[in-house]
Design a binder for this molecule. Structure first.
Ligand code: AMP
Length: 129
């Protein structure tokens, strides 16, 4: 499923295991195409992860290979989570990390939804800062 240049999808990654129900999560919302759950190490008062149910590693991988229904279903759930968590119109941030330089820890495409406080600078000013 991956576009060229990416390592093959790792079915043992932690989000794949959550999606299969092998390990628990604090579920926030679910739809046909995506699951939303609380980050185990929250970086803001609201920190929710939204993951598509398909086997996708990155944003490029997902948007190149997933069906229109999967893509729409995924982003619709992102918006629903922001609204349900009380972040809209107050404000929030969506973020996706990719690969080594992007700091991606879990190789299953996901979007972080942060909110509940002023979030500060978009990217740390110093590398690794
Ligand atoms: P990323 O660096 O974008 O790959 O982020 C991965 C995120 O997954 C981190 O914020 C972790 O705290 C979070 N995480 C890792 N394991 C779990 C888990 N079992 N349940 C919920 N969140 C997790």
């Amino acid at each position: 499923m991956s576009v060229s240049g990416l390592p093959p999808y790792d079915d043992a990654n932690i989000f794949a295991r959550i999606l299969r129900g092998e390990i628990p999560c604090k579920k926030v919302a679910e739809s046909e195409h995506a699951l939303a759950f609380r980050d185990i190490n929250p970086q803001a008062p609201v920190h929710v992860l939204v993951v598509p149910k398909g086997r996708w590693v990155s944003a490029a991988d997902f948007h190149a290979g997933a069906s229109d229904a999967e893509i729409a279903g995924f982003w619709r759930l992102v918006g629903q989570v922001a609204k349900a968590e009380g972040l809209e119109p107050r404000g929030y941030r969506l973020l996706t990390n990719m690969g080594e330089e992007g700091g991606q820890e879990v190789p299953h495409f996901h979007v972080h939804v942060f909110g509940g406080r002023r979030l500060g600078r978009m990217v740390p000013a110093t590398p690794g800062g």
